[in-house]
Design a protein around this ligand. Structure first.
Ligand SMILES: [Zn+2]
Length: 403
């Protein structure tokens, strides 16, 4: 069963004609007056609508733009409860601190499986309806062996991009025994979680874990077959980015407070990349967090000018940023971080794919997974030009029309 998607006003492919799909996304690229053919869940053809081959089925986009599905490479979706009172207090002047995570930990531990599963399904539906076809999902609100194992098992029901984040904060029962908690994370908790996870993450921040602790967690995760990623330099300058690059992490996330050495390390990490994809450390920016915590935005232009690969993600979580909207992140990146509309859309699609070391998503080159969205607007620019407006008219995931 093949489907022709035609009369596309602007088709964003992030791939040049003839690109080897095995290399993953290329730079931003778009075609006007285009069509695309989906066959067996993959992109089979793209080009001028007038030259499109026949297919079993056809969809007329009436001049709307078609983009690769968003790749949201940073989200915390397995939790119970909510923290709107903390948000209101923060907007009234109370600063954000990492310790607020503990209240979500208490609610999550107390919740039955079906509550966590229903919450996860609701957030996953929200994301799909807004064009997100690949989402990463972290544990980190359980912080016992059983509760973390439950979180990764639930996450694995909705995505292959499951991240073990036992090192989110030290839970209250380990106050005064950090070493004991780290032994638990790197020992029995990791053993219980690794079979269902792809990634290991650590919150490297004042109030959470220092450089030595974070490096130990990542090394243990690697030894268990997981790939590293890091929460880095969110609340102030710190060692997170250096820890991430030294560990060969796929991504350093937040990057709000960076020194010159941090920018240089991120830029140098990607220079050897070639062949079957990007192997450096992506700087994943989470502008919804700065919006929701009223912090200064990261200096994205400095990163781009230094040659760093930049991704955008939501960080959807009940504390520091409770949005699931990649279109909002694109609009914030353009308006507040001075990305061009092309740079922002690339970072939210191809950049996210690089942050997850995926070559099959984030682009619409021939051979890519047929993950795409149709916008109610003629170009990708509408995502930032019409902020807050529900513009995603249709979503295909692996070739299936799902929203
Ligand atoms: Zn996070």
């Amino acid at each position: 069963m093949s489907t022709l998607i035609t009369n596309i006003g602007e088709l964003v492919t992030n791939a040049a004609p003839g690109d080897d799909p095995g290399h993953g996304p290329g730079s931003f690229a778009a075609q006007a007056g285009a069509a695309l053919v989906i066959d067996q869940g993959r992109v089979a053809w793209t080009g001028p609508a007038a030259q499109a081959p026949a297919a079993d089925d056809a969809v007329d986009c009436a001049g709307g733009a078609v983009l690769p599905g968003f790749v949201d490479s940073h989200a915390h979706l397995v939790f119970a409860g909510e923290r709107s009172a903390e948000f209101a207090a923060r907007m009234a002047g109370t600063p954000y601190q990492a310790g607020g995570i503990r209240s979500t930990v208490a609610a999550t531990r107390a919740a039955p499986d079906q509550v966590l599963r229903a919450n996860l399904a609701r957030l996953n539906r929200e994301m799909l309806a807004q064009g997100t076809t690949t989402a990463e999902c972290k544990s980190g609100y359980g912080l016992t062996v059983a509760d973390e194992a439950r979180a990764v098992a639930l996450a694995a029901e909705v995505t292959p991009e499951v991240t073990f984040l036992g090192a989110h904060v030290v839970p209250p029962e380990y106050d005064g025994d950090r070493a004991g908690y780290l032994d638990l994370v790197c020992g029995p908790m990791l053993s219980a979680c690794a079979p269902q996870a792809r990634w290991v993450d650590v919150f490297c921040e004042r109030g959470a874990f220092d450089a030595d602790e974070a490096s130990a967690v990542l090394a243990a995760g690697r030894a268990a077959g997981l790939l590293p990623r890091v929460h880095a330099n969110q609340l102030g300058p710190g060692p997170g980015v250096q820890v991430a690059v030294a560990a060969g992490a796929a991504s350093a996330d937040h990057c709000t407070y960076l020194g010159d050495a941090d920018v240089d390390a991120l830029a140098a990490s990607g220079t050897g990349s070639s062949g079957t994809g990007f192997s450096g450390t992506v700087a994943t920016l989470l502008p919804g967090v700065e919006f929701s915590t009223r912090q200064p935005y990261p200096d994205a232009r400095r990163l781009l000018e230094a040659g760093v690969t930049v991704a955008l993600a939501t960080d959807c979580n009940p504390g520091s940023c409770f949005t699931s909207s990649m279109p909002l992140c694109v609009a914030l990146a353009v308006r507040e971080m001075r990305l061009t509309t092309q740079e922002a859309v690339w970072a939210a699609t191809a950049g996210g794919a690089r942050a997850l070391r995926r070559t099959d998503v984030g682009h619409l080159g021939v051979g890519a997974r047929a993950d795409l969205m149709l916008l109610d607007g003629p170009s990708h620019t509408y995502l930032a030009y019409r902020p807050g407006v529900p513009l995603v008219r249709a979503v295909w995931q692996a070739g299936q029309l799902i929203a």
